[in-house]
Design a protein around this ligand. Structure first.
Ligand code: GAR
Length: 188
């Protein structure tokens, strides 16, 4: 059984889909959810699906405490699913090609610092883009710049608000992220 850990900061709808997918397929398991946000909805979702949760602060992320916990979990894959803090370079270096992130736009467009969640969709709307999409990519030491694993685009000509775009993006994410993870793990 391949082991996955998931980092999330907020709602955790992607984390939930990944956990459920693994529980159905039984070829891999989410062994822990890590969050920096003690009031994140992802905690409730993980509890419901019987996955342990580790809540940490910025100091613990950067002083090696979380790196040691990750090492104990010994994951085959580290998945950032709506994790909004920069991932420490030391952890990135310790787990080469084992950390992936999902970004709610077609990178390299609309990436970088401050580009997360609603901010991304508002920028896409303001630029009158006809389409946007999702990008699943490896994490390196620069925001949103690691190698691209998967992209899928969607038309947004019918979207008048950032929320409408977010809804379409979430549908794509839920549809593809668990499957891309499953496929990646086959080759690890
Ligand atoms: C997702 O849309 C994800 O792509 C985005 O946060 C959302 C989390 O939703 N991530 C980023 O913007 C990272 N830069 P969720 O908590 O419901 O899974």
């Amino acid at each position: 059984m391949k082991k996955i850990i998931v980092f999330a900061s907020g709602s955790g709808s992607n984390a939930e889909r990944i956990i459920s997918h693994c529980q159905e397929k039984k070829t891999s398991e989410v062994v822990r959810v890590y969050t920096n946000n003690p009031s994140a909805k992802v905690i409730e979702r993980a509890n419901r699906l019987l996955v342990p949760v580790e809540i940490f602060n910025r100091e613990e992320l950067n002083d090696g405490t979380i790196a040691a916990k990750i090492a104990q979990d010994n994951p085959d894959l580290i998945v950032l699913a709506g994790f909004l803090w920069k991932f420490p370079e030391s952890i990135v270096k310790s787990f080469p090609n084992k950390i992936i992130n999902i970004h709610p736009a077609l990178l390299p467009k609309y990436g970088g610092k401050g580009m997360y969640g609603r901010n991304v969709h508002q920028a896409v709307l303001d630029n009158k883009e006809k389409e946007t999409g999702i990008t699943i990519h490896y994490v390196n030491e620069h925001y949103d710049e690691g190698g691209i694993i998967f992209q899928k685009s969607v038309t947004i000509e019918d979207c008048a608000t950032a929320e409408a775009i977010a809804e379409k993006i979430h549908v794509l994410e839920h549809q593809y992220f668990p499957k891309v993870i499953e496929k990646l793990l086959l080759n690890i």
